[in-house]
Design a protein. Sequence first.
Length: 294
Amino acid sequence: MAGKEILAEQFEAHRGHLRAVALRMLGSRNEADDAVQETFLRLTRADASNVENFGGWLTTIVARVCLDMLRARQARREVPIDAAAENVPVDFDAEHEKQIADSVGVAMLVVLEALTPAERVAFVLHDMFGVSFDEIAPVLGRSPAAARQLASRGRRRAQGGASAPEADRERQREVVTAFLAASRGGDFSALLAILDPNVVLRADAAAIRANAARGAKDAPVLAPEIRGRDAVANIFGNRLRAALPARVDGYSGLVFAQGGRATVVIDFVVEDGRICEISMMAEPERVAAFALEF
């Protein structure tokens, strides 16, 4: 019992910070309180004995809770924004976080609602609370580079309105469309032209198994991480015939599907008109977490 009481005391010391994070994520006092309560419930079911940075750990938990809530809201097409959020009362001492709480008003919350859930989480955690991309990446189920790109997209939307993200989406659509056409046509030269020289391909265990099941006996073997333009192009040459174009959290990607249900998601990081990172994910929980349109 004493251990649980200590844990509860530690949680209470961070409650104000967690509520500030949740409110920036969700834009609703009631939902922020629900997210904080869910974070506490998850804490009671977790093993925190080896956690070194308790506050940072709790921040990642509340961020995951908020991400789930944002994705559920997006599916319902709801936009709850509290007008009272413009003057959020702050019940914790950190001066930097107090400035954050005072500076985010209804106008910013409206802008944040225009972001995809992943963009919003990455942008809020990094730009408003200084969380590193290495810490943000596992919250989103992405790599640090992908988390950085998501935060950048969110930042451009917040600073420059709707046109920049739409231009980003169009550029990514063009690159992914060209990538798919080159792969289906077995055009190795075209694949090389689309890929950054230092491109990295990452795949989870389920994607590796699925790729092995579909591939020919002499096909290149997919691995958890493959680096370099030639090696990545070799993986995708003529191997995406069954892939479908899709929106993955609002941006162009690819999926493999069975019976109308996505089984493998391929996500891209595009910089300067070239693909610098590809993620292949087939773990059911990770696939289910994406907002997909295909």
